[in-house]
Design a protein around this ligand. Structure first.
Ligand code: HEM
Ligand code: HEM
Length: 225
């Protein structure tokens, strides 16, 4: 029987995240005027990750973190070849949490990243220049790690495919084939959960945008003499 494993909000989250992370990386490498778009893609990543965090608590059955958190017993069950659940497997779950943490770190540090000349993250004014410089260094230094993590993610999907497991289709249409209904009644998150997740994500982007920060007082006028 066919079971809906990845609900529509989770699938949209995934492909929009892939688009926005790629967009942030391409625009930062183009530099110049494209940095405006780098910040927009980065803020979109932050909104998407906030949505995913809430959806992991109140979303559909297979989207919930509690459903795939890699506990020692789940990992040993998987390693012994006795794992029959349909969602992320316990080893895949490590990479899911690592990716979510890495992109969250990157999007949050971006908010106060600056080059002290032309590009300033929207919350830079809230921190001292020392803290800004330190965090900017962190934001820049993760570039290679991000390429490695995305490369490993795609490599893992290809390896699963070579071993006969087609994962990509399920991330497109949401369904997986199950011989028996292991969770016979998987539920989708529902309209209320979706509204809560969207409202919190939009609120996070608004906070990160920084338009609520009062403008700095104008510089004192210089006497004409
Ligand atoms: C920048 C590019 C990408 C990023 C940042 C990314 C990120 C992620 C994340 C965070 C998840 C976990 C989903 C969740 O929250 O539960 C995931 C799962 C998944 N991704 Fe990607 N992804 C990218 C590109 C791709 C591409 C190009 C493909 C297909 C070729 C792909 C296929 C999948 C599949 C099939 C899963 C589910 C794995 C499973 O069944 O356990 N991803 N991805
Ligand atoms: C997941 C999302 C993000 C990724 C993957 C990312 C990636 C990067 C990378 C790799 C650099 C270094 C470029 C270089 O040194 O040549 C960079 C610089 C920068 N990022 Fe991001 N970033 C993200 C989110 C953000 C956000 C949310 C903001 C602010 C809203 C931001 C603002 C900046 C700024 C201002 C710089 C320029 C720093 C400089 O030139 O020294 N980034 N970003």
């Amino acid at each position: 029987m066919q079971v809906v494993v990845w609900d529509l909000p989770l699938r949209l989250f995934h492909w929009l995240l892939a688009l926005c992370v790629t967009g942030a990386l391409v625009t930062v490498s183009l530099g110049g005027n494209w940095m405006v778009w780098h910040e927009r893609f980065g803020l979109a990543v932050l909104g998407l990750l906030t949505f995913r965090l809430v959806w992991g608590l109140v979303g559909g059955t297979y989207a919930r973190f509690s459903n795939f958190f890699p506990t020692p017993s789940r990992v040993s069950c998987y390693l012994r070849g006795q794992w029959y659940e349909l969602g992320h497997n316990p080893l895949g779950a490590f990479s899911v949490f690592a990716m979510l943490a890495l992109f969250s770190f990157q999007a949050l540090t971006g908010l106060i990243t600056n080059d002290d000349v032309a590009f300033y993250g929207p919350l830079t004014r809230l921190v001292s220049s020392e803290v800004g410089a330190l965090v900017s260094g962190w934001h820049r230094s993760t570039e290679e790690l991000i390429y490695v993590v995305i490369g490993l993610h795609i490599l893992a999907i290809v390896i699963y495919r070579l071993r006969g497991k087609k994962l990509v289709g399920a991330m497109l249409h949401g369904r997986k084939e199950s011989e028996q209904a292991l969770k016979p009644d998987p539920h989708s998150g529902g309209a209320l959960a979706l509204s809560i997740a969207l409202i919190i994500a939009i609120g996070m982007v608004w906070l990160a945008w920084g338009s609520w920060i009062p403008a700095p007082p104008p510089a004192p006028a210089v006497p004409a003499w």
